[in-house]
Write a protein that binds this ligand. Structure first.
Ligand SMILES: [Zn+2]
Length: 343
């Protein structure tokens, strides 16, 4: 199978009431971990690359890793997504590289730091939708601003500032009508990175009622939760027991994500948990075997640690068991559907 449009995965997820994790990829071990977990659980896959990842992997390495993934796992549908495109040009270059989905994050200006006016967001997102849909490529937009910073991307909002930039459901409805995006990232109090909350988040910290209201207004738009790592204490403990110094921190409980899925969330971005799992595994090997110098000796356990997180999330979000049930779809199929006004 070739890469599939992300929309094909999200439509199936909506039809059957589950969510799909989107895992970030920078290198071979991470793609191998995701694909092994998908194979084990029969899960559809969304892999995503930030601008930082594309630059780290020089685009070509990443593209060939993706080709290897679909060659080795022909029964698993895989969508390749540009995470947080900061401009139409970034999205267009991703599409040229064979990505089947892109995020135009016009909630921030091109500097990827400054919150942008609504009209700017609509203008750049529309431009990307026109270009992408003509090629069958899926588009995710963002309305409201997420907290934190990820790979240098983000307004760095915290506390009251972040609360002031939560998504307004009425504006979300208008934004989807104005742009035609397939998926919409919403700000409900999550933030990027490992340091999301200083105490265990409750339903009051995460504004689930905003998601419910957006879903009521936009039942056909796939909602996306960013910054949705759970930051499990046991992963922090492995790092800190082996020479790390990660302060006390909490992420988004899987139970809250499942509540989101019940309210129209179809894509859940998970990166930090995988980073923590890999780092803990590497630290443990090097701490316990101070004479070790073969990279495979620590990268293999790192890959296994990430695979375990991916497997757990795939099962928790409900995507497990669906890979082989998803109808085959190509970019050409989706280009025709968009052109015919059927999506
Ligand atoms: Zn994000």
């Amino acid at each position: 199978m070739s890469l599939v449009p992300m929309r094909a995965l999200l439509d199936h997820a909506a039809e059957h009431g589950y969510g799909v994790a989107a895992f970030n990829v920078n290198n071979m071990e991470q793609i191998q971990a995701i694909m092994a977990a998908a194979e084990e659980t029969d899960s559809p896959v969304i892999v995503q690359a930030s601008r930082g990842a594309r630059s780290y992997s020089q685009d070509s390495y990443l593209r060939h890793l993706m080709l290897a993934a679909i060659e080795l796992h022909p029964e698993i549908p895989v969508a390749m997504h540009q995470d947080h495109g900061n401009s139409p040009a970034t999205c267009f270059s991703a599409i040229e590289q064979g990505f089947t989905s892109c995020m135009m994050d016009g909630s921030l200006l091109e500097d990827a730091k400054t919150p942008a006016p609504y009209d700017y967001n609509v203008k750049v997102t529309r431009e990307v939708v026109a270009h992408a849909h003509a090629r069958g490529v899926t588009v995710e937009g963002e309305i409201g601003c997420l907290g934190g910073i990820e790979d240098g991307h983000g307004a760095g909002l915290t506390g009251a500032d972040a609360m002031a930039h939560l998504t307004d459901p009425a504006q979300a409805e208008r934004f989807v009508a104005d742009t035609g995006v397939d998926a919409l990232a919403v700000a409900i109090g999550t933030s990027h990175g490992a340091y999301k909350f200083k105490r265990k988040p409750t339903g009051e910290v995460l504004k689930m009622e905003i998601i419910a209201e957006i879903h009521r207004r936009l039942p056909n738009t796939h909602l996306v939760m960013h910054g949705s790592s759970s930051v499990p204490q046991e992963l922090i403990d492995v790092i800190n027991r082996n020479g790390g110094e990660i302060p006390e921190t909490y992420g988004v409980p899987v139970s809250e994500i499942r509540a989101g899925i019940e309210n129209g969330v179809r894509k859940i971005n998970v990166d930090t948990d995988n980073r923590l799992a890999m780092t803990g595994a590497v630290r443990k090997v090097l701490h316990e075997n101070r004479g070790e110098f073969d990279p495979r000796a620590y990268l293999k356990p790192a890959r296994e640690a990430m695979q375990q997180i991916c497997r757990e999330r795939m099962i928790a979000f409900g995507q497990a068991g669906h890979a082989r049930r998803i109808p085959k779809a190509t970019l050409e199929d989706y280009a025709s559907l968009y052109q015919a006004g059927r999506l």
